[in-house]
Design a protein around this ligand. Sequence first.
Ligand code: AMP
Length: 637
Amino acid sequence: MKPTYDEVYRRSITDPEGFWGEEAATLHWFRPWDRVCDDSKAPFTRWFPGGETNLCYNAVDRHVLAGRGGKPAILWESPEAGASKLLTFGDLLGEVNRFAAVLQGLGVKKGDRVLIYMPMIPEALIAVLSCVRIGAVHSVVFAGFSGEALAHRIEDSASRVIICADAGLRKGKPVELKKIVDRAVDLASTPVEHVVVFDRGISPWAPVAGRDVRWVEATEEVGVGNVSAVPIESTEPSYILYTSGTTGKPKGVVRDTGGHMVALHASMRLVYGCGPDDVYWSTSDIGWVVGHSYIIYGPLLAGIPTLVYEGTPDSPNPGIWWEVAAKHKVTVLFSAPTAMRMLRKYPASWVESHDLSKLRHVFLAGEPLDEPTYHWAVQTLNKPVVDHYWQTESGWPMITNHMGLQPLPVKPGSPTRAAVGWKLEVVDEKGDPRPRGQRGYLVGHPPLPPGALQTLWGDDERYVQSYWDYFTRHAKRLYFSGDYAIQDEDGYFRLLGRADEVINVAGHRMGTREVEEVVSGHPGVAEVSAIGIEDEVKGEAIATFVVLKKGVEENEALHKEIVGLIRESIGPIATPKVLRVVPRLPKTRSGKVMRRVLKALCEGKTMGDLSTIEDGASVDEIRTALDELGGATPTAK
Ligand code: AMP
């Protein structure tokens, strides 16, 4: 019988040193830690100081040394390239030995930053693991970011070596990564000494003499490589990851080595319920935190195969994910609600025609999981669906149902309760606890568990300001998640959107999520986004953008129904000032709705940086929808 959530959670909070110390002891350390947790310089919490370990050693060598070298480590599927590949842990060890030697040959040393700008191919994982093998700090940049965005990240991290491929593939078209790198290197004010290019033969490129290095040639030259994993202090950084940057300058989240490793390893068992026979697939991208934690490190630390997928959910057909999951007998799938909403537009037969009998759990994160999508996923996939909440900053789930413990009863719309190690609370503006059932800000009590961000790259002050200063004027030091939430009488959390997405209509505060939840309950609605816009009379008013399901027609009756739903469920105060049906919402490449774009369009303001947008055409579509009716909805009062 699995332990209960209450018992394990309580121990993680009352005895964090005992709890995490035991978890850490299941991994390999070159030197044991002096202390489990040192919080003397809060909020700069240090986990396992004095300890020395290596992430690559634990994720690869450890399994080979235990006789599991023949076990699959990377299962690569690329519907884009029409190719697939399998690497065992033994193969992976050979590859990281060779590539780590290439990096050393280019002068990369412990502590140096290496920028990785790669598509979803096995070499991306090899590049990451080779960096941590020699103690270099990787900075993976999503291979959809522009040259400008890349240049900024080169400068901020002062990366002197870049690893890229000639091209990625997106919906059959090449994305010429090497050319974007060339532009970024020109734009950046800091020097780049070497660019290592993995040539897929997709896009021709001209090497820059003395700077560019061909991956294949360089690895052939080093032969077997034989680079032993370097012992790294637990508190040293393993990577920098820039947050999506919806506002202002992107923040370079810094992750440590030991704490991060222990947290991810523990989460594979406790949260995802994984054992040695699992096959794990996270549909994210290595450019995002989910990709770092659960395409690369989590599954490999757990010694189980990770499925690496280059493609989209609906190409060449909307059944492709289920075909791939069936082929590899995937047991745990991790995806995002946005992908489910996309697939929900198609008939269930695309799912039902594949054998998903091995699939045990489906985890979703990244944005609120609305109830209709939750129910669709449960019914169509016929599996437990676990909504879980976390952030780039947290590195692993903060609120989740734990599949490695006795699962808690599900309340759709809530990711259930705090994850082990996280002491979370909903507070008011002064940092005082809100009564159960009342809205407030989601905060974490220090020390945050291992795995959480250590600081922002080169900017300790901004780290403190952005996450820890919010309530200090009320003499409280709390980690501010930036999210607005409610905790109910059973301790379950419900996320209501980002705190800066709280709308204040004539003094009535509500989360945009509340409006979205109601509208998504309309049977014709596939997707919805609600935002607050300036209003002369009420201070703020609500604008709602809706994407309809395939075959549903827009007409006045539909507008009335949607407005009626909002008025009934929340009240007339929430009646939208603007309600528009649009073909799609403007989204980032990671699938998050770019609310600031919607807001700027409604308010006629400039949109700012659009480098992260998935498809710029969505902006014109919304502009047209707004212009058509002169900016006023037929149902607005
Ligand atoms: P990112 O750091 O880009 O991964 O975004 C993190 C943010 O996504 C969180 O602060 C939340 O606003 C949102 N988020 C992530 N997971 C969930 C979830 N399960 N439910 C609601 N919001 C979520």
